[in-house]
Ligand binder design. Structure first.
Ligand code: FAS
Ligand code: PHB
Length: 390
Protein backbone atom coordinates (compact mmCIF):
# COMPACT_ATOMS: atom_id res chain seq x y z
CA UNK A 1 0.00 0.00 0.00
CA UNK A 2 1.10 3.59 -0.57
CA UNK A 3 -0.22 7.02 0.38
CA UNK A 4 1.13 10.54 0.73
CA UNK A 5 0.47 10.97 4.47
CA UNK A 6 0.06 8.06 6.89
CA UNK A 7 -1.88 9.08 10.01
CA UNK A 8 -1.74 7.09 13.27
CA UNK A 9 -4.89 7.60 15.35
CA UNK A 10 -8.53 8.33 14.49
CA UNK A 11 -9.27 10.75 17.30
CA UNK A 12 -10.07 14.41 16.59
CA UNK A 13 -6.51 15.20 15.47
CA UNK A 14 -6.09 12.30 13.05
CA UNK A 15 -9.54 12.51 11.50
CA UNK A 16 -9.49 16.28 11.07
CA UNK A 17 -6.01 16.19 9.56
CA UNK A 18 -7.12 13.53 7.09
CA UNK A 19 -10.12 15.63 6.04
CA UNK A 20 -8.11 18.84 5.72
CA UNK A 21 -5.59 17.02 3.51
CA UNK A 22 -8.42 15.58 1.39
CA UNK A 23 -9.81 19.09 0.87
CA UNK A 24 -6.36 20.06 -0.44
CA UNK A 25 -6.14 17.06 -2.77
CA UNK A 26 -3.64 15.19 -0.60
CA UNK A 27 -4.09 11.47 -0.06
CA UNK A 28 -3.90 9.98 3.44
CA UNK A 29 -4.62 6.73 5.26
CA UNK A 30 -5.66 6.61 8.93
CA UNK A 31 -4.91 3.59 11.14
CA UNK A 32 -6.75 3.30 14.45
CA UNK A 33 -6.22 0.77 17.24
CA UNK A 34 -9.78 0.76 18.61
CA UNK A 35 -13.11 0.04 16.93
CA UNK A 36 -15.13 2.79 15.26
CA UNK A 37 -17.89 2.26 17.83
CA UNK A 38 -15.45 2.71 20.73
CA UNK A 39 -13.87 5.86 19.33
CA UNK A 40 -17.24 7.44 18.55
CA UNK A 41 -18.60 6.69 22.02
CA UNK A 42 -15.58 7.81 24.08
CA UNK A 43 -16.82 10.62 26.37
CA UNK A 44 -14.19 13.35 26.82
CA UNK A 45 -14.08 17.04 26.06
CA UNK A 46 -17.11 19.23 25.61
CA UNK A 47 -15.98 22.81 24.98
CA UNK A 48 -15.08 24.06 21.49
CA UNK A 49 -13.15 27.31 21.16
CA UNK A 50 -14.24 29.93 18.64
CA UNK A 51 -11.37 28.97 16.32
CA UNK A 52 -12.38 25.31 16.31
CA UNK A 53 -15.99 26.14 15.46
CA UNK A 54 -14.88 28.60 12.76
CA UNK A 55 -12.68 25.94 11.13
CA UNK A 56 -15.41 23.26 11.19
CA UNK A 57 -17.82 25.75 9.61
CA UNK A 58 -15.22 26.78 7.01
CA UNK A 59 -14.79 23.16 5.87
CA UNK A 60 -18.52 22.42 5.88
CA UNK A 61 -18.55 20.09 8.89
CA UNK A 62 -20.61 22.19 11.29
CA UNK A 63 -24.20 21.45 10.23
CA UNK A 64 -24.99 19.23 13.24
CA UNK A 65 -22.76 21.37 15.47
CA UNK A 66 -24.79 24.45 14.52
CA UNK A 67 -28.05 22.56 15.14
CA UNK A 68 -27.16 20.86 18.41
CA UNK A 69 -24.23 22.82 19.84
CA UNK A 70 -24.91 25.29 22.66
CA UNK A 71 -23.24 28.68 22.23
CA UNK A 72 -22.10 30.09 25.57
CA UNK A 73 -21.07 33.73 26.03
CA UNK A 74 -20.00 33.56 29.66
CA UNK A 75 -18.89 31.33 32.52
CA UNK A 76 -19.48 31.59 36.28
CA UNK A 77 -16.82 31.57 39.00
CA UNK A 78 -18.08 30.43 42.41
CA UNK A 79 -16.14 31.14 45.61
CA UNK A 80 -17.01 32.25 49.14
CA UNK A 81 -20.60 31.14 48.48
CA UNK A 82 -21.18 33.61 45.65
CA UNK A 83 -21.18 33.33 41.87
CA UNK A 84 -19.64 35.89 39.54
CA UNK A 85 -20.21 35.84 35.78
CA UNK A 86 -17.35 36.47 33.38
CA UNK A 87 -19.10 37.96 30.30
CA UNK A 88 -16.62 36.48 27.85
CA UNK A 89 -18.25 37.55 24.57
CA UNK A 90 -18.70 41.14 25.80
CA UNK A 91 -14.99 41.21 26.66
CA UNK A 92 -13.70 39.65 23.42
CA UNK A 93 -15.67 41.38 20.66
CA UNK A 94 -18.26 38.60 20.43
CA UNK A 95 -16.06 35.47 20.53
CA UNK A 96 -17.72 32.55 22.32
CA UNK A 97 -17.42 28.85 23.16
CA UNK A 98 -19.74 26.12 21.93
CA UNK A 99 -20.70 23.12 24.04
CA UNK A 100 -20.60 20.05 21.80
CA UNK A 101 -19.29 16.69 23.00
CA UNK A 102 -15.98 15.47 21.57
CA UNK A 103 -17.64 12.19 20.65
CA UNK A 104 -19.97 14.14 18.35
CA UNK A 105 -17.02 15.88 16.72
CA UNK A 106 -15.36 12.50 16.14
CA UNK A 107 -18.60 11.03 14.75
CA UNK A 108 -19.03 13.99 12.36
CA UNK A 109 -15.41 13.75 11.20
CA UNK A 110 -15.58 9.97 10.71
CA UNK A 111 -18.78 10.22 8.67
CA UNK A 112 -17.28 12.98 6.52
CA UNK A 113 -14.05 11.07 5.92
CA UNK A 114 -15.79 7.85 4.96
CA UNK A 115 -18.34 9.70 2.81
CA UNK A 116 -15.48 11.25 0.80
CA UNK A 117 -13.73 7.95 0.22
CA UNK A 118 -11.28 8.31 3.09
CA UNK A 119 -9.34 5.21 4.11
CA UNK A 120 -9.68 4.68 7.87
CA UNK A 121 -8.61 1.28 9.19
CA UNK A 122 -10.10 0.48 12.62
CA UNK A 123 -9.05 -2.28 15.03
CA UNK A 124 -5.50 -2.22 13.75
CA UNK A 125 -2.80 -3.94 15.80
CA UNK A 126 0.97 -3.74 16.20
CA UNK A 127 1.43 -0.36 14.51
CA UNK A 128 5.10 0.39 13.99
CA UNK A 129 6.41 3.68 12.58
CA UNK A 130 9.66 3.05 10.72
CA UNK A 131 12.31 4.90 8.70
CA UNK A 132 11.01 8.39 9.49
CA UNK A 133 14.60 9.60 9.31
CA UNK A 134 14.65 8.74 5.58
CA UNK A 135 12.72 9.99 2.54
CA UNK A 136 10.76 6.72 2.57
CA UNK A 137 9.01 6.32 5.93
CA UNK A 138 6.57 3.48 6.43
CA UNK A 139 3.91 2.14 8.77
CA UNK A 140 3.72 -1.52 9.57
CA UNK A 141 0.53 -2.88 11.13
CA UNK A 142 -1.81 -5.86 11.29
CA UNK A 143 -5.41 -5.54 10.18
CA UNK A 144 -7.87 -8.44 10.02
CA UNK A 145 -4.95 -10.72 10.75
CA UNK A 146 -2.98 -9.51 7.72
CA UNK A 147 0.44 -7.94 8.18
CA UNK A 148 0.49 -4.77 6.12
CA UNK A 149 3.11 -2.22 5.13
CA UNK A 150 2.10 1.31 4.15
CA UNK A 151 4.69 3.35 2.25
CA UNK A 152 4.25 7.12 2.51
CA UNK A 153 5.96 10.50 2.22
CA UNK A 154 5.13 11.64 5.77
CA UNK A 155 3.75 10.20 9.02
CA UNK A 156 1.42 12.16 11.35
CA UNK A 157 1.49 10.86 14.92
CA UNK A 158 -2.04 11.62 16.13
CA UNK A 159 -2.21 8.66 18.52
CA UNK A 160 -2.75 10.49 21.78
CA UNK A 161 -0.83 10.41 25.05
CA UNK A 162 -0.46 6.59 25.10
CA UNK A 163 0.37 6.12 21.44
CA UNK A 164 3.50 4.76 19.75
CA UNK A 165 4.53 7.76 17.65
CA UNK A 166 6.22 9.87 20.31
CA UNK A 167 8.51 6.99 21.27
CA UNK A 168 9.94 7.04 17.73
CA UNK A 169 11.73 10.30 18.54
CA UNK A 170 15.21 9.31 19.81
CA UNK A 171 15.66 10.27 23.47
CA UNK A 172 18.64 12.37 22.38
CA UNK A 173 16.42 14.34 19.98
CA UNK A 174 13.51 15.16 22.26
CA UNK A 175 12.78 16.91 25.56
CA UNK A 176 9.81 15.85 27.69
CA UNK A 177 8.59 18.68 29.95
CA UNK A 178 5.94 17.84 32.49
CA UNK A 179 4.13 18.56 35.74
CA UNK A 180 1.91 16.16 37.64
CA UNK A 181 -0.77 17.68 39.88
CA UNK A 182 -1.64 16.30 43.36
CA UNK A 183 -5.23 15.60 42.35
CA UNK A 184 -7.44 14.13 39.60
CA UNK A 185 -10.94 14.83 38.25
CA UNK A 186 -13.84 12.49 38.78
CA UNK A 187 -16.23 13.20 35.93
CA UNK A 188 -19.85 12.11 35.42
CA UNK A 189 -22.28 12.29 32.55
CA UNK A 190 -25.82 12.38 33.97
CA UNK A 191 -29.28 12.16 32.40
CA UNK A 192 -30.64 15.25 34.10
CA UNK A 193 -31.33 18.81 33.02
CA UNK A 194 -28.40 21.12 33.76
CA UNK A 195 -28.74 23.12 36.98
CA UNK A 196 -27.31 26.22 35.37
CA UNK A 197 -27.42 27.74 31.89
CA UNK A 198 -23.66 28.25 31.92
CA UNK A 199 -20.55 26.51 33.25
CA UNK A 200 -19.78 27.01 36.93
CA UNK A 201 -16.16 26.68 38.12
CA UNK A 202 -16.19 26.34 41.92
CA UNK A 203 -13.31 27.00 44.34
CA UNK A 204 -14.27 25.29 47.60
CA UNK A 205 -12.45 24.33 50.79
CA UNK A 206 -13.28 20.67 50.11
CA UNK A 207 -11.91 20.92 46.57
CA UNK A 208 -12.69 22.08 43.04
CA UNK A 209 -15.98 21.28 41.30
CA UNK A 210 -17.26 22.07 37.81
CA UNK A 211 -20.81 22.14 36.51
CA UNK A 212 -20.93 21.69 32.76
CA UNK A 213 -23.50 20.31 30.34
CA UNK A 214 -24.07 18.61 26.98
CA UNK A 215 -27.72 19.33 26.14
CA UNK A 216 -30.99 20.47 27.79
CA UNK A 217 -31.28 16.94 29.22
CA UNK A 218 -27.65 15.91 29.83
CA UNK A 219 -25.33 17.36 32.49
CA UNK A 220 -21.54 16.93 32.74
CA UNK A 221 -19.96 17.51 36.15
CA UNK A 222 -16.53 17.07 37.71
CA UNK A 223 -15.07 16.81 41.22
CA UNK A 224 -11.48 17.20 42.35
CA UNK A 225 -10.39 13.92 43.99
CA UNK A 226 -7.09 12.43 45.17
CA UNK A 227 -4.73 11.49 42.32
CA UNK A 228 -4.95 7.78 43.12
CA UNK A 229 -8.67 7.81 43.98
CA UNK A 230 -10.57 4.58 43.38
CA UNK A 231 -13.86 5.06 41.55
CA UNK A 232 -15.31 2.24 43.71
CA UNK A 233 -15.18 4.68 46.66
CA UNK A 234 -17.63 6.98 44.85
CA UNK A 235 -21.14 5.56 44.58
CA UNK A 236 -23.50 7.91 42.76
CA UNK A 237 -25.13 9.27 45.94
CA UNK A 238 -21.71 10.29 47.32
CA UNK A 239 -20.84 12.07 44.06
CA UNK A 240 -24.11 14.01 44.08
CA UNK A 241 -23.74 14.92 47.76
CA UNK A 242 -20.20 16.22 47.24
CA UNK A 243 -21.14 18.13 44.10
CA UNK A 244 -24.09 19.67 45.95
CA UNK A 245 -21.81 20.80 48.78
CA UNK A 246 -19.09 22.29 46.60
CA UNK A 247 -21.46 23.97 44.11
CA UNK A 248 -23.92 25.29 46.72
CA UNK A 249 -24.76 28.98 46.60
CA UNK A 250 -27.76 31.12 47.51
CA UNK A 251 -31.07 30.16 45.92
CA UNK A 252 -29.55 27.46 43.74
CA UNK A 253 -30.13 23.70 43.80
CA UNK A 254 -28.38 20.84 42.01
CA UNK A 255 -30.54 18.61 39.79
CA UNK A 256 -29.65 14.94 40.34
CA UNK A 257 -30.34 12.06 37.99
CA UNK A 258 -29.10 8.72 36.58
CA UNK A 259 -25.33 8.65 36.05
CA UNK A 260 -24.69 7.39 32.51
CA UNK A 261 -20.89 7.36 32.65
CA UNK A 262 -18.22 8.13 35.21
CA UNK A 263 -14.44 8.10 35.20
CA UNK A 264 -11.31 9.51 36.81
CA UNK A 265 -8.87 11.56 34.72
CA UNK A 266 -5.36 12.28 36.05
CA UNK A 267 -4.24 15.90 35.89
CA UNK A 268 -0.95 16.62 34.21
CA UNK A 269 0.84 19.10 31.99
CA UNK A 270 3.12 17.60 29.37
CA UNK A 271 4.97 18.80 26.28
CA UNK A 272 7.25 16.89 23.90
CA UNK A 273 9.73 19.17 22.16
CA UNK A 274 10.19 19.25 19.24
CA UNK A 275 6.94 18.02 17.69
CA UNK A 276 8.78 16.65 14.68
CA UNK A 277 11.51 14.15 13.84
CA UNK A 278 12.46 13.76 10.19
CA UNK A 279 9.26 12.95 8.34
CA UNK A 280 7.25 12.25 11.51
CA UNK A 281 5.05 15.09 12.81
CA UNK A 282 3.31 14.82 16.20
CA UNK A 283 -0.07 16.50 16.71
CA UNK A 284 -2.59 16.67 19.56
CA UNK A 285 -2.21 14.65 22.73
CA UNK A 286 0.68 12.71 21.16
CA UNK A 287 2.70 15.90 21.64
CA UNK A 288 1.10 17.59 24.64
CA UNK A 289 -1.33 17.19 27.52
CA UNK A 290 -3.03 19.99 29.45
CA UNK A 291 -5.11 19.77 32.64
CA UNK A 292 -8.75 20.08 31.46
CA UNK A 293 -9.45 23.12 33.69
CA UNK A 294 -9.01 25.41 30.70
CA UNK A 295 -11.04 23.15 28.35
CA UNK A 296 -8.15 23.21 25.85
CA UNK A 297 -7.01 19.67 24.97
CA UNK A 298 -9.21 19.07 21.97
CA UNK A 299 -8.87 22.67 20.74
CA UNK A 300 -5.08 22.55 20.83
CA UNK A 301 -5.17 19.35 18.76
CA UNK A 302 -7.30 21.17 16.17
CA UNK A 303 -4.80 24.02 15.97
CA UNK A 304 -1.89 21.61 15.51
CA UNK A 305 -3.46 19.81 12.56
CA UNK A 306 -4.57 23.06 10.95
CA UNK A 307 -0.92 24.18 10.94
CA UNK A 308 0.28 20.75 9.74
CA UNK A 309 -2.29 20.52 6.93
CA UNK A 310 -1.27 23.98 5.68
CA UNK A 311 2.42 23.04 5.82
CA UNK A 312 1.92 19.75 3.96
CA UNK A 313 -0.25 21.50 1.36
CA UNK A 314 2.44 24.15 0.87
CA UNK A 315 5.03 21.41 0.42
CA UNK A 316 3.07 19.42 -2.15
CA UNK A 317 2.13 22.56 -4.08
CA UNK A 318 5.51 24.31 -4.14
CA UNK A 319 8.08 21.71 -3.09
CA UNK A 320 9.13 24.02 -0.30
CA UNK A 321 10.01 22.53 3.11
CA UNK A 322 9.91 25.92 4.88
CA UNK A 323 6.45 25.51 6.44
CA UNK A 324 7.24 21.93 7.47
CA UNK A 325 10.48 23.12 9.06
CA UNK A 326 8.51 25.79 10.96
CA UNK A 327 5.75 23.40 12.11
CA UNK A 328 7.07 22.55 15.55
CA UNK A 329 8.00 26.12 16.53
CA UNK A 330 4.69 27.46 15.19
CA UNK A 331 2.66 24.95 17.21
CA UNK A 332 4.77 25.21 20.36
CA UNK A 333 4.13 28.95 20.62
CA UNK A 334 0.40 28.21 21.04
CA UNK A 335 1.04 25.05 23.06
CA UNK A 336 2.91 27.03 25.72
CA UNK A 337 0.30 29.82 25.77
CA UNK A 338 -2.37 27.15 26.39
CA UNK A 339 -0.17 25.30 28.87
CA UNK A 340 0.28 28.46 30.90
CA UNK A 341 -3.44 29.28 30.86
CA UNK A 342 -4.43 25.73 31.82
CA UNK A 343 -1.82 25.65 34.59
CA UNK A 344 -3.02 29.08 35.84
CA UNK A 345 -6.71 28.05 35.90
CA UNK A 346 -5.78 24.77 37.65
CA UNK A 347 -3.53 26.47 40.22
CA UNK A 348 -6.16 29.10 41.02
CA UNK A 349 -9.17 26.83 41.40
CA UNK A 350 -7.95 23.65 43.07
CA UNK A 351 -7.08 22.95 46.72
CA UNK A 352 -3.48 21.73 47.02
CA UNK A 353 -2.69 19.45 49.97
CA UNK A 354 0.53 21.29 50.67
CA UNK A 355 -1.08 24.76 50.62
CA UNK A 356 -1.45 26.75 53.82
CA UNK A 357 -3.53 29.88 54.48
CA UNK A 358 -0.96 31.98 52.62
CA UNK A 359 -1.49 30.24 49.28
CA UNK A 360 -5.24 29.96 49.84
CA UNK A 361 -5.41 33.74 50.34
CA UNK A 362 -3.42 34.20 47.15
CA UNK A 363 -6.00 32.08 45.29
CA UNK A 364 -8.93 34.04 46.74
CA UNK A 365 -7.24 37.33 45.96
CA UNK A 366 -6.74 36.23 42.34
CA UNK A 367 -10.42 35.27 42.09
CA UNK A 368 -11.59 38.55 43.63
CA UNK A 369 -9.35 40.51 41.26
CA UNK A 370 -10.73 38.57 38.27
CA UNK A 371 -14.35 39.37 39.07
CA UNK A 372 -13.60 42.97 40.04
CA UNK A 373 -11.33 44.07 37.19
CA UNK A 374 -12.44 44.17 33.54
CA UNK A 375 -8.78 43.97 32.55
CA UNK A 376 -8.24 40.77 34.54
CA UNK A 377 -11.53 39.29 33.33
CA UNK A 378 -10.61 40.10 29.73
CA UNK A 379 -7.36 38.19 30.08
CA UNK A 380 -9.24 35.10 31.25
CA UNK A 381 -11.95 35.54 28.62
CA UNK A 382 -9.65 35.89 25.61
CA UNK A 383 -7.70 32.79 26.58
CA UNK A 384 -10.82 30.77 27.39
CA UNK A 385 -12.69 31.48 24.11
CA UNK A 386 -9.37 30.95 22.32
CA UNK A 387 -6.91 33.58 21.11
CA UNK A 388 -7.24 34.24 17.37
CA UNK A 389 -5.01 31.93 15.30
CA UNK A 390 -1.93 33.80 14.06
P1 FAS B 1 -6.98 11.13 21.21
O1 FAS B 1 -6.40 10.44 22.41
O2 FAS B 1 -8.37 11.64 21.27
O3 FAS B 1 -6.94 10.15 19.95
C1 FAS B 1 -5.83 9.30 19.73
C2 FAS B 1 -6.32 8.08 18.98
O4 FAS B 1 -5.19 7.27 18.66
C3 FAS B 1 -7.26 7.22 19.83
O5 FAS B 1 -8.44 6.94 19.11
C4 FAS B 1 -6.43 5.97 20.11
O6 FAS B 1 -7.25 4.80 20.16
C5 FAS B 1 -5.52 5.92 18.91
N1 FAS B 1 -4.27 5.19 19.17
C6 FAS B 1 -3.50 5.21 20.29
N2 FAS B 1 -2.44 4.40 20.14
C7 FAS B 1 -2.54 3.86 18.89
C8 FAS B 1 -1.74 2.94 18.16
N3 FAS B 1 -0.64 2.42 18.69
N4 FAS B 1 -2.14 2.59 16.92
C9 FAS B 1 -3.27 3.14 16.37
N5 FAS B 1 -4.06 4.01 17.01
C10 FAS B 1 -3.69 4.36 18.26
N6 FAS B 1 -9.96 17.82 26.89
C11 FAS B 1 -10.76 18.89 27.11
O7 FAS B 1 -10.58 19.92 26.47
N7 FAS B 1 -11.77 18.82 28.06
C12 FAS B 1 -12.02 17.67 28.77
O8 FAS B 1 -12.91 17.64 29.61
C13 FAS B 1 -11.23 16.53 28.54
N8 FAS B 1 -11.46 15.36 29.21
C14 FAS B 1 -10.67 14.27 28.94
C15 FAS B 1 -10.91 13.03 29.59
C16 FAS B 1 -10.10 11.93 29.33
C17 FAS B 1 -10.37 10.61 30.05
C18 FAS B 1 -9.01 12.04 28.45
C19 FAS B 1 -8.08 10.86 28.21
C20 FAS B 1 -8.77 13.24 27.79
C21 FAS B 1 -9.60 14.37 28.04
N9 FAS B 1 -9.41 15.58 27.37
C22 FAS B 1 -10.19 16.66 27.59
C23 FAS B 1 -8.37 15.72 26.43
C24 FAS B 1 -8.85 15.13 25.12
O9 FAS B 1 -10.08 15.69 24.75
C25 FAS B 1 -7.76 15.31 24.11
O10 FAS B 1 -7.21 16.60 24.16
C26 FAS B 1 -8.21 15.00 22.71
O11 FAS B 1 -8.81 13.73 22.72
C27 FAS B 1 -6.96 15.05 21.83
O12 FAS B 1 -7.27 14.46 20.62
P2 FAS B 1 -6.18 13.55 19.87
O13 FAS B 1 -4.88 14.24 19.89
O14 FAS B 1 -6.82 13.16 18.59
O15 FAS B 1 -5.96 12.28 20.83
C1 PHB C 1 -16.75 19.56 29.77
O1 PHB C 1 -17.90 20.00 29.56
O2 PHB C 1 -16.44 18.37 29.56
C2 PHB C 1 -15.68 20.49 30.30
C3 PHB C 1 -15.96 21.84 30.41
C4 PHB C 1 -14.97 22.69 30.88
C5 PHB C 1 -13.73 22.17 31.25
C6 PHB C 1 -13.47 20.80 31.14
C7 PHB C 1 -14.46 19.96 30.66
O3 PHB C 1 -12.76 23.00 31.72
Amino acid sequence: MRTQVAIVGAGPAGLLLSHLLYLNGIDSVVVERRSRDHVEKRVRAGVLEQGTVDLLREIGLADRLDREGLVHRGIELLFDGGTHRIPMSDLTGGRAITIYGQQHVVRDLTEARLATGGQVFFEVDDVAVVDVGTAAPRLRFTVEGRQTELACDFVAGCDGSHGVSRSVLPASSRQLLERDYPFAWLGILAEVAPSSDELIYAYHERGFALHSLRSPTISRLYLQVDPDEDLANWPDHRIWDELGTRLAHGGWSLNEGPVLEKGITPMRSFVCEPMRFGRLFLAGDAAHIVPPTGAKGLNLAVHDVHVLADALTDHYRTGSEASLDAYSATCLRRVWRVQQFSWWMTSMLHRFPEHDAFEQNLQLSQLEYLVGSPAAATSLAENYVGLPWT
